[in-house]
Design a protein around this ligand. Structure first.
Ligand SMILES: [Zn+2]
Length: 453
């Protein structure tokens, strides 16, 4: 009686696990390897072969015999990159599922080409203990999509008073720590956190903001804020904390990573620190190179985020920082909010915008403008984030098949109504851009597929 069941299971297992997919004629962008047209065979969860493209069908192009693939994807004219990794998202679960859930957030990530995301700990309750970390990972496991590398809190409840139990969180699966949303105001406590993280080899992601300087500011301090009658946040609110934590990194020898850098002065400080050998890295978000405070018209709170959209001078510095390598990564700071939290007076509205479904075309615009090469862009959206998290995502045989397939030329109009995220808070609606995600593959499984594929 039991035998047929076992047999059925075996057939199922065979189908699930021995799937061979050939992506042929793709322009493989995987720096530092040379960009070239290649055929990439995926077997089960791993990359099996990577060969110069034969232009033919089915074969690996190497002359070696390989079994026929179960599926062939002709990727002529498309870019195949190591999966994009976003080191800074807010998935809102547990606690604020009306804004986003882990399921909707991961679907948005997969649609945006991301094979892994790092959710910040400012959930309700805060991810400051192993139970919350385990819950997040178990919810992500059910989705079977984009990978989740949870970020644990630096301090209990991100209150800035007592260190969170980092070792327990690491055992539960935390891959970095941050009190994002809030700074650690007590420099002595931050020093202790850095000393502790050094022994755990745990990346520290810093939300650099002096809360007293930021005060009740709602946008960038400057002529635009004055004209609009909205309280401003000075550049120095970011830069003084960047400067402090560079010094704490120098003191402790612990690497630090600065989140969402927005000011020219912060970038000058980070560039100097790098020259001096202090182990700092940083990210910016697409809105800081795509927009300035001058774009804020009609008091639309979809332009409100923290740090705020800065001046043209800062935007120029961000572009230069991307081009000269001071900025290591592009991260979205995907921050979903319900429409009711945005449809209020500008200074009362919630801070933050979503970004997972718009990051790639906004960032590809940098390549079109000649700010970055395609390879440099993939370094900032995939290779450097992987390095920060201690992951090798090279497109080479035997490596895990986490891949993104991109149509770089396809024109799109950003349509918030088409988002799979639960929220719609974006300033980019209606914008004409180029570049769509055709396929996102995680662990050899296709977790998102565009209609065009
Ligand atoms: Zn932040």
């Amino acid at each position: 009686m039991e035998l047929p069941c076992v047999w059925l299971f075996f057939i199922f297992w065979q189908e699930e696990c021995n799937m061979r997919i050939l992506i042929k004629n793709a322009m493989v962008v995987d720096p530092p390897r040379k960009t070239a047209v290649r055929d990439v065979m995926i077997l089960d969860s791993l990359i099996e072969t990577v060969c110069d493209s034969s232009g033919g069908s089915g074969s690996s192009g190497s002359g070696n015999f390989l079994p026929e693939p179960d599926r062939i994807i002709d990727a002529k004219g498309m870019l195949l990159t190591p999966g994009l990794i976003d080191v800074h998202v807010h998935l809102r679960e547990p606690g604020q599922e009306y804004k986003e859930t882990i399921e909707t957030g991961l679907k948005a990530a997969a649609k945006g080409g991301f094979t892994a995301v790092c959710p910040m700990p400012n959930t309700i309750p805060v991810n400051d203990n192993a139970q919350v970390t385990s819950f997040i990972l178990s919810q992500a496991e059910k989705v079977k999509g984009t990978r989740v590398y949870p970020v644990g809190a630096i301090t209990k409840g991100s209150m800035g008073e007592d260190l969170a139990p980092m070792f327990d969180m690491v055992k539960a699966g935390v891959r970095a720590i941050s009190d994002d949303g809030l700074p650690v105001e007590n420099a002595r406590l931050m020093r202790r956190a850095l000393e502790y993280c050094k022994s755990l080899h745990l990346p520290v992601l810093i939300h650099a903001e002096d809360k007293n300087l930021a005060g009740n500011g709602a946008m960038n301090e400057g002529p635009v804020a004055t004209r609009m009658g909205i309280p401003g946040i000075p550049n120095a609110a970011e830069t003084v904390m960047v400067t402090r934590d560079i010094e704490l990194s120098r003191l402790t020898g612990t690497p630090v990573h600065f989140c969402h850098i927005s000011t020219a002065e912060s970038l000058a400080a980070i560039a100097r620190a790098k020259e001096e050998g202090v182990k700092v890295t940083c990210e910016t978000a697409p809105h800081y190179f795509s927009l300035t405070d001058e774009d804020i018209t009609e008091y639309d709170a979809n332009y409100k985020m923290n740090p705020p959209l800065r001046s043209r001078k800062d935007q120029k510095a961000v572009m230069e920082g991307l081009a000269n390598g001071t900025i290591d990564m592009i991260a979205t700071d995907h921050a979903p909010h319900h429409a009711d939290e945005k449809n209020v007076e500008f200074d009362k509205a919630a801070f933050g915008i979503i970004g997972l479904e718009t990051a790639l075309p906004l960032s590809l615009a940098l390549v079109k403008k000649g700010v970055l090469s395609l390879e440099e862009l993939i370094v900032k959206m995939s290779k450097n984030p992987a390095k920060l998290l201690g992951i090798n995502n090279d497109i080479v045989p035997k490596n895990v098949a986490d891949l993104t397939l991109i149509h770089p030329e396809q024109e799109i109009v950003i349509d918030p109504a088409s988002f799979v995220s639960k929220s719609r808070n974006t300033p980019f609606g209606g914008m004409n851009l180029q570049g769509t995600v055709l396929m996102t593959m995680v662990n050899g499984q296709i977790v998102f597929q565009g209609e065009e594929l």
